[in-house]
Unconditional design. Structure first.
Length: 119
């Protein structure tokens, strides 16, 4: 199983970045996909989720209206489009796959990609 994030980097406030997470080794379409982030000295925070069926989405309040999560099941990839970036968005962003089946939870993590928002 692999989750490989890409697209992070340094961006000025107000700019945009698009993160990608390429998945392999499991049935991607059956998993909810999530983006988390962790800033220095802070706990890991759930940023956005997209369901496996119907692609329903949800966001933490601080990114609503600025971030968009999407998925392409044909490419086994989930995206996070981040617009109007703020310095407080600076963090390592992690891709997460999760599925609960027969009362068992299966979960996988990527290694993370650094996003730095600074002028």
């Amino acid at each position: 199983v692999r989750l490989v994030e890409s697209g992070g980097g340094l961006m000025q406030p107000g700019g945009s970045l698009r993160l990608s997470c390429a998945a392999s080794g499991f049935t991607f379409s059956r998993y909810a996909m999530n983006w988390y982030r962790q800033a220095p000295g802070k706990e890991r925070e759930l940023v956005a989720v997209i369901s496996s069926v119907g692609s329903r989405t949800n966001y933490t309040d601080s990114v609503k209206g600025r971030f968009t999560i999407s998925r392409d099941d044909a490419k086994n990839t989930v995206y996070l489009q981040m617009n109007s970036l703020k310095p407080e968005d600076t963090a390592v962003y992690f891709c997460n796959a999760r599925r609960t089946y027969n009362q068992k939870t299966f979960e996988y993590w990527g290694q993370g990609t650094q996003v730095t928002v600074s002028s």
